[in-house]
Design a protein around this ligand. Structure first.
Ligand code: ADP
Length: 270
């Protein structure tokens, strides 16, 4: 019988479901997080099941993760985002040693040993300035979508506008001033990405960065932020093979842990 497990990642901004079928990634789904995480989790899971043509009773074990993990009422258990992102990244890219997860609400850096054991981790301070939410907020101010930020970043010569404020609220005022001074949008976007990268790189360096470095979370899809991070870290960031969506890594990790727990519980080797 085919062993199928699932991971449900209820994040601050998006909710994700991933199916793990034997030793490979199955269909995934993603949607916005809502004020009703229980329903959102179920809908997200059902979407992935439907795409796979699988019924819920064919799934051996489901693990929840993310900030709303306790609300995944149909899950067998749940795990922390750190464990989920660590496991997901290591499974997809075994050479990964440093995982930088930049999500909607926070940024985490996880340092792992060669066997995938978490050695250390750190999080951004309470300020939103190094997170996806900050990028969403500034993109709205600029009248563009976050999906357009990378294109804008690379659309002109590298001349990042200087954003000196430390707080996201003040940075927004600086951005409005730059727009009024007719500073090119590409420079403002480069400056904003630089501002995010400075914060994230400082955290990663404090943690003792080890290569290979990978980025997970929705912001990993912004090639402009990745470009700035590579400049600030002084290392190349690895991408996941087979075009795996970096935003799905937490859900994938939860599905892999669900498989290992299931095998252990049923007396088989994980
Ligand atoms: P969480 O798990 O906390 O909900 P995610 O890992 O889903 O967060 O990341 C959400 C963030 O990812 C959004 O705030 C947005 O800034 C960013 N994001 C999502 N999709 C894209 C995209 N296609 N291009 C650039 N940024 C994106």
């Amino acid at each position: 019988m085919t062993l199928i497990t699932a991971g449900i990642d209820i994040g601050s901004t998006t909710s994700k479901a991933a199916l793990w079928i034997e030793d490979r990634l199955g269909p995934c789904s993603i949607g916005p997080s809502t004020t009703n995480p229980r329903t959102t989790a179920r809908e997200c899971y059902e979407k992935a099941l439907q795409e796979a043509g699988i019924k819920a009773d064919e799934v051996a074990c489901v693990f929840g993760t993310g900030y709303g993990r306790a609300k995944v009422s149909f899950a067998d258990d749940n795990i922390s985002e750190l464990s989920a992102h660590g496991k997901g990244a290591k499974t997809l890219l075994p050479s990964a040693r440093t995982i930088i997860d930049i999500g909607g609400q926070d940024t985490k850096v996880i340092i792992m040993d060669a066997n995938g054991e978490v050695l250390d981790f750190g999080m951004n301070d309470k300020c939103a300035a190094g997170t996806g939410r900050f990028l969403d907020f500034i993109a709205r101010t600029l009248g563009v979508s976050v999906k357009e930020l990378a294109k804008l970043h690379f659309s002109a010569k590298y001349q990042p506008a200087s954003l000196s404020s430390m707080c996201s609220v003040f940075i927004e005022s600086e951005v409005i001033n730059l727009v009024n001074e007719e500073v090119p949008l590409a420079s403002i976007v480069q400056g904003m990405h630089q501002s995010v990268a400075i914060r994230v790189a400082a955290l990663a360096k404090r943690m003792g960065l080890v290569e290979d470095v990978v980025i997970t979370g929705g912001v990993a899809k912004n090639a402009g932020v990745v470009d700035e991070l590579e400049r600030k870290l002084g290392v190349k960031v690895k991408t996941f093979p087979d075009g795996v969506d970096p935003q799905m890594v937490g859900a994938i990790g939860a599905a892999v842990i669900a498989k290992q727990k299931h095998l252990k519980r049923s007396g088989k080797q994980a």
